[in-house]
Ligand binder design. Structure first.
Ligand SMILES: NC(=O)c1ccc[n+]([C@@H]2O[C@H](COP(=O)([O-])OP(=O)(O)OC[C@H]3O[C@@H](n4cnc5c(N)ncnc54)[C@H](OP(=O)(O)O)[C@@H]3O)[C@@H](O)[C@H]2O)c1
Length: 377
């Protein structure tokens, strides 16, 4: 089989696990023999097996030990060669009797990069690296971001009118876009480690930020509120619902202890972050989130937080849902003031996808494309 075909199966298996494996990368693997995929698998949640082990064990269960002897493996990230919680994957691959290993991306961690490949080659396996490299790197972008930049990958979601407005002047914002766009957003949430909103959105909209399908809650990503004054009222859903322990509040140091206790009493976590006018130091905030294991964050507004992240160059990817309606300049802007004096400083996107979603338009792009490699659509 063309190793690229097997790698696509590995990528597809991993895609279903996105958002569920942090701080580990979401890796996919497929065991194949001749023209047949014997099994595919992906990283289990933290503490669980790595993708290679999941795929090899599934192949063994379905086809027996002998089918593995001389078979091949496609894996999106270089197999580990160190004794972690789960033992070195290189050893599992050798013990299974596999003969060829096709790797997407080398481990980006400078201390371990290349070690797994060398160990497999030394053991006599045929190893090829760089298979569908761009696709694999895109899928691991959160993990790569933490290693290379010390912060999670940041995707910004905006649902606005054609003239870029997200709420009327009085604050009415539900709903700007239709059901197809909203269902699509739930898909993005489902694949993110965390969803983030500004304190004013958390207060005004009282969102639950869970992943829902047909009205049913299917998952709760970590929910981060940028709330420097720690002023989120404890009666909001983010603090009151059954997932309150999945709510993390980013706040400035020295907030009143009573306020903190009131929020923590429901299970919410308060993380202290340095300040930098006009609020929290967002770069430091993101670093803090990475230290706490998050690799990808989906920011869902409002305009103040979105503008601050864009102005600081902290947005990597944009999902823009545009409703065919207009609200006028007295309505609230999707992106607050950026303070630009020159056009050259404007945040720019490289488009990956433009399509219709029900009655709305969906525009997907990577931000500041000159500074990073493009992801596949
Ligand atoms: N249509 C939609 O899809 C959509 C989505 C989201 C929101 N909205 C609407 O947008 C409105 C809220 O947007 P908003 O712009 O007023 O507020 P926001 O972006 O939700 O929150 C801004 C607040 O975040 C806190 N913050 C902390 N550090 C910051 C920093 N470095 N930079 C910026 N903010 C920082 C500040 O409050 P503290 O000083 O208290 O920390 C700031 O006032 C609501 O009306 C909501 O309905 C609409």
């Amino acid at each position: 089989m063309d190793p690229e075909r097997a790698m696509r199966r590995a990528l597809a298996a991993a895609r279903r696990q996105l958002g569920r494996t942090h701080p580990n990368p979401t890796v996919g693997a497929a065991v194949f023999r001749g023209d047949r995929i014997l099994a595919a698998g992906a990283t289990r949640p933290v503490g669980g097996a790595h993708a290679e082990v999941v795929a090899i064990e599934a192949a063994r269960r379905r086809h027996g030990d002998r089918a593995l002897r001389g078979a091949s493996l496609a894996v999106t990230l270089e197999p580990c060669h160190h004794q972690g919680r789960t033992g070195p994957c290189t050893q599992v691959i050798r013990d299974a009797g596999l003969e060829r290993v096709f790797v997407g991306e080398r481990d980006p961690h400078p201390r371990v990069s290349g070690r797994g490949l060398r160990a497999l080659r030394r053991a006599g396996l045929l190893v090829e690296s760089g298979v569908l490299l761009e696709e694999c790197r895109w899928q691991h972008r959160g993990f790569v971001s933490v290693i290379e930049r010390g912060r999670p990958w940041v995707a910004l979601k905006l649902a606005a009118t054609l003239d870029g407005r997200i709420a009327t002047a009085s604050g009415e914002s539900r709903w700007i876009t239709g059901p197809a766009a909203r269902a699509h957003v739930h898909g993005l949430r489902d694949r993110a480690d965390a969803v983030m909103v500004g304190s004013r959105t958390a207060k005004a909209d009282d969102p639950s930020l869970t992943v829902r399908r047909a009205g049913r809650r299917v998952r709760c990503p970590v929910r981060v509120v940028v709330d420097s004054r720690l002023a989120l009222p404890p009666d909001r859903k983010l603090v009151r619902d059954r997932d309150a322990s999945r709510t993390w509040l980013l706040a400035a140091k020295g907030r009143p202890a009573a306020r903190r206790r009131a929020l923590e009493a429901h299970g919410a976590r308060v993380l202290e972050v340095p300040t930098r006018k006009p609020g929290l130091d967002l770069r430091a905030a993101l670093r803090r989130l990475a230290r706490d294991g998050l690799t990808s964050v989906l920011v869902e507004g409002g305009g103040g937080l979105s503008a601050a992240l864009l102005a600081a160059g902290l947005v990597d990817e944009v999902h823009w849902y545009s409703a065919p309606a207009l609200l006028g300049a007295d309505a609230r802007a999707a992106v607050g003031p950026l303070g630009l004096t020159h056009l050259a400083g404007r945040p720019r996107l490289e488009l990956l996808e433009v399509r219709r979603l029900g009655a709305d338009l969906y525009v997907h792009g990577v931000a500041n494309p000159a500074r990073r490699s493009r992801g596949p659509s």
